[in-house]
Design a protein around this ligand. Sequence first.
Ligand SMILES: [Zn+2]
Length: 203
Amino acid sequence: MPVPSIFHDERDCLILALMGRGRLILIRGCMFSGKSERLLDRLHAACAAGRTTAAFKHACDDRYAATQIVTHNKRQADAVAIGSAAQIPNLAANADWIGIDEGQFFGDELVDVCRELVARGCEVVVSGLDLDSWGLPFGPMPALATIADEIVQTHSRCARCGATADHTQRLAPIAGLTMVGGPESYEPRCAACFQAPPAELRR
Ligand SMILES: [Zn+2]
């Protein structure tokens, strides 16, 4: 394939070559389906392979530790807590493997940030909830799915009937769209057992 005319010297051709190496992996599912576990598995594999890694989480997610990704099974890894996805390219300037936990909390700007990191040649792994408490698409997750090179769909067991669960049932009163909480606030449910909260409470 001819090199596009905007790439006219060796340096630009090198950038093109590097662009081909980057990839985006999306790990998505309901709560308690092992998303963060999968993210940590990949992080540890990247470390073992000698990659330069950087891990991020949203600053609003302080359930267990402010500067760590912690799974519901209490596994953990260091992570930088950030308020905006726009911070990632600078903070991860030296990394070639980048993990982002709870991707649904970031706005649509996460999509452009992932594109930029992939173009840079990075392997980017984003984990997050695909559906919110109302069973509706959550934040940038659907858009990320359209550009992901690989999608890992995780499932749990319905807390009511034991069937495969892909919804997250809110048990505690609704306080905004942000879903942060543990087993006291949420449980996995199948589509048949799932009951959405009143639509007017969705913001
Ligand atoms: Zn069920």
